[in-house]
Design a binder for this molecule. Structure first.
Ligand SMILES: NC(=O)C1=CN([C@@H]2O[C@H](COP(=O)(O)OP(=O)(O)OC[C@H]3O[C@@H](n4cnc5c(N)ncnc54)[C@H](O)[C@@H]3O)[C@@H](O)[C@H]2O)C=CC1
Ligand SMILES: O=C(O)[C@H]1O[C@H](OP(=O)(O)OP(=O)(O)OC[C@H]2O[C@@H](n3ccc(=O)[nH]c3=O)[C@H](O)[C@@H]2O)[C@H](O)[C@@H](O)[C@@H]1O
Length: 443
């Protein structure tokens, strides 16, 4: 099948590459000339494990192409994916200017029947708006389908190639048949394609993200309470996660959720509720709690150092909003580093993938280390913001020699409490007792 993907950001690139891998002829369109030039020179602009192998194979074998020209890109395409940004507008609602802008452009240039697919996360009613924009100038028949994407960054290829489910919102039998054919290779394992109407598909995406954000936030509140009552949130997680009605995943407490989607999608759903005069109380609490949670570590750090961080050097491990990505959008690490700097601390940071992106924002306010260990040199404490696997089993003997004090503030509960006790660290984490080294106890 010939398909086009408009918008070659995170989702567009993964969608295009994966559909090329299943044998389709794919053209990706993007207005960013530098990005398209990079892609044509076989440079992948994002870090996503496993994408490179598929990308290079499909480019080399001629199934995956890139252009800045929309008319050329959609020529002959049976399916046209819109994988465009939907950032928060001033009032928190999803800004549809990219989607509707391209929809307006599509009408006059469609040459034969095509299924136009909203892949972006868009509010209820967008498929109708996209239809209205296209139909004004269209000379041929077309359908607009809502097909939200559920992939996670860092495991995007696996999520796309082996989806738990594929949600397709359309009332058109013709569009259903096309989408069924396109997705057939991906749903062979028996994971369902779920058909519904467009509005329900649009709502499903927001409900999924808002539910997951709520699940994390609930655990963060349990963690905060655990600290007060003297319980261990990791034990609670195991204790409730084994109940199949609750499930084990997305129960990890920490310094809050970040990323390009949970924060903006929770906000956009809250805005939709407001637009329909519905007071969605849970969502407001989720946003408030997450805002506060991102700042949980700073008071602990300040308190530990007697209230003053002036002249202290703080080593930071992890900058990306989660492991296996270089994405720093809404990353808790950024907020925390800004707060540490404002409190007078010097910050030396290390992240295996995200340092270049942070450098573009914070420049020389932060010292970037070549290795995780180099970041520790003469630091007064270590703060862990992202749970990259390399931080889980470091060489503690090496760390002991580099750090000025054996003090760790762990925003992702990477280490066991007993391990920290045995190693003689003072160890603060989320939702668990504080481990005090004997040095601190005597002080
Ligand atoms: N990043 C993620 O993990 C996921 C994102 N989503 C949703 O997918 C949508 C896209 O997200 P990302 O890929 O992260 O966005 P992104 O910001 O990484 O990429 C969007 C791309 O669209 C291009 N673009 C903008 N205007 C254009 C136009 N007129 N014509 C052609 N290209 C244009 C931009 O240059 C950019 O390359 C959003 O609605 C997001 O909520 C959904 C699931 C996962
Ligand atoms: O709409 C989207 O863009 C995507 O948003 C999330 O994916 P993503 O943002 O890539 O990352 P997640 O793995 O969901 O993590 C989001 C944030 O929650 C945090 N998190 C996650 C899980 C957990 O147990 N605890 C926790 O604090 C992570 O550290 C991270 O900051 C969803 O998981 C995807 O299904 C969805 O497609």
């Amino acid at each position: 099948m010939k398909i086009a993907v408009v918008g070659t950001g995170y989702v567009g690139l993964v969608t295009g590459t994966c559909f090329a891998e299943t044998g389709n002829q794919v053209t990706c369109v993007d207005i960013d000339e530098r990005k398209v030039e990079k892609l044509n020179n076989r440079i992948i602009p994002i870090y996503e494990p496993g994408l490179d192998v598929l990308f290079h194979r499909n480019v080399e074998e001629g199934r995956l192409k890139f252009t800045t020209n929309l008319t050329d890109g959609i020529k002959g395409a049976e399916v046209i994916f819109l994988a465009l940004p939907t950032p928060p507008g001033e009032d928190g609602s999803a800004d549809l200017k990219y989607i509707l802008g391209v929809a307006n452009d599509l009408g006059p240039i469609l040459e034969q029947y095509a299924v136009i697919v909203d892949k972006s996360t868009v509010p209820v009613g967008t498929a109708e708006k996209v239809h209205d924009c296209i139909v004004k100038n269209a000379k041929v028949d077309f359908d607009v389908v809502s097909n939200p994407e559920f992939l996670r960054e860092g495991v995007a290829v696996e999520d796309f190639m082996k989806p738990d489910r594929v949600v397709i919102g359309t009332k058109s039998d013709k569009a259903k048949a096309v989408m069924n054919r396109l997705y057939a290779p991906l749903v062979r394992q028996g994971n369902p394609v779920i058909f519904m109407d467009e509005r329900s598909a649009e709502m499903t995406k927001y409900a999924a993200n808002a539910f997951l954000a709520t699940k994390i936030t609930f655990m963060n509140e349990i963690a905060n309470l655990c600290e007060k009552v003297g319980a261990n949130v990791d034990d609670i997680r195991k204790g409730i996660g084994t109940d199949s009605r609750i499930g084990k995943r997305f129960l990890f407490a920490g310094i809050g959720y970040g990323g390009s989607c949970f924060p903006k999608d929770v906000q956009a759903l809250a805005r939709t509720a407001q637009d329909y005069d519905y007071d969605f109380k849970v969502l407001q609490s989720v946003m408030d709690v997450n805002y506060a949670q991102k700042k949980r570590l700073l008071p602990m750090i300040k308190n530990h150092f007697g209230g003053d961080l002036a002249g202290k050097t703080i080593a930071v491990w992890g900058l990306a909003f989660k492991p296996y990505t270089d994405d720093i959008r809404e990353a808790p690490a950024l907020d925390n580093i800004r707060d540490l700097l404002a409190a007078g601390a010097k910050v030396t940071a290390y992240d295996p993938e995200a340092m270049d992106n942070v450098r573009q924002i914070l420049g020389n306010q932060v010292t970037f280390a070549h290795t995780s260990y180099a970041a520790l040199d003469d630091a007064d404490a270590l703060v862990i913001m992202t749970e990259w696997p390399m931080f889980r089993t470091p060489e503690f003997e090496k760390m002991n020699l580099l750090l000025k004090n054996k003090v760790i503030f762990d925003g992702r509960n990477v280490y066991e409490l007993d391990q920290m006790r045995e190693l003689g660290y003072t160890y603060y984490s989320i939702g668990r007792e504080v481990v005090m080294s004997s040095v601190e106890q005597q002080a």
